[in-house]
Design a protein around this ligand. Sequence first.
Ligand code: NAD
Length: 285
Amino acid sequence: MTATLMDGNLLRDETVARLRAEIEALGNPHVCLATVLVGDDRPSQIYVRNKHKKAAEAGMASKHVELPPTATQAEVEAAVRELAADPTVHGILVQLPLPAGLDEEAVLDLVPVDKDVDGLTEASMGRLMRGREGHVPCTPKGVLRLLERYGIPTSGQRAVVIGRSSLVGLPLAVLLARKGIDATVTLAHSRTKDLVTVCRDADIIIGAAGIARLITAEHVKPGATVIDVGVSRTEAGIVGDVDFDSVQAIAGAITPMPGGTGPMTIACLLENTLEAARMLGTVPR
Ligand code: NAD
């Protein structure tokens, strides 16, 4: 058996084309994503560049603010405050992590909830927990989109999310358990005992621990869906949490790495940016 490949590049391209068509049908209103990058981390620079490239393909404007690694807390906060007050900016993304010594929470606190297209602020997380309308974090949302697109049943299914960060694992677990998605969710983490046994019962396994090849064939029930969020940089290149070669032989569906959840994170960022323009009244609902 060979697993169905859940192609994130393909679904991202479909999403970008759909957003472009929606924006064109609205008469090409100005919809703008702003990014803030502090420091000279190479992977972060590449992520941000891709976000701008895909925003342009979707028919959106974008703005980029770059600050040196020596930027002070006050300088970073001033940049975010300016974007927050700018009526021509709809979405604000602060590329994380910020260089050591800067207070991320204080910076995120300055992003207005409607412009918080990353869905990471306290207010967005509160909306998510309360089931209210708001921006859902992009990586978890991308995982849901992949499940939908590939027709993976979730209702009453057992899902294991590995990793409990507020960026990925925790919101994803909440979303999977939500009414309408209705999975029975286990949230595993670094203190979980016997991860193999926990995973072997699961219909859906999502690796978001950042541990290279943590999930092997022995974790996977035949036919289960396996989604890889983790990104580890090793000497052999970029490696996910899933040992792709062994797992694809047993899984029913699997994401490639790269080309799975990464592109979907960008697609969902752009979805959220158009939604932000709606929330802010620039674009009709
Ligand atoms: P994090 O370091 O904040 O969280 C990692 C989580 O994994 C923690 O909750 C920890 O308890 C858990 N964990 C660590 N070791 C474990 C183990 N041996 N067994 C089980 N659980 C373990 O990381 P994060 O920000 O949530 O990111 C997770 C991974 O996803 C990273 O590799 C990151 O690069 C990647 N990521 C990918 C995308 C994407 O678009 N594909 C987006 C964001 C993050």
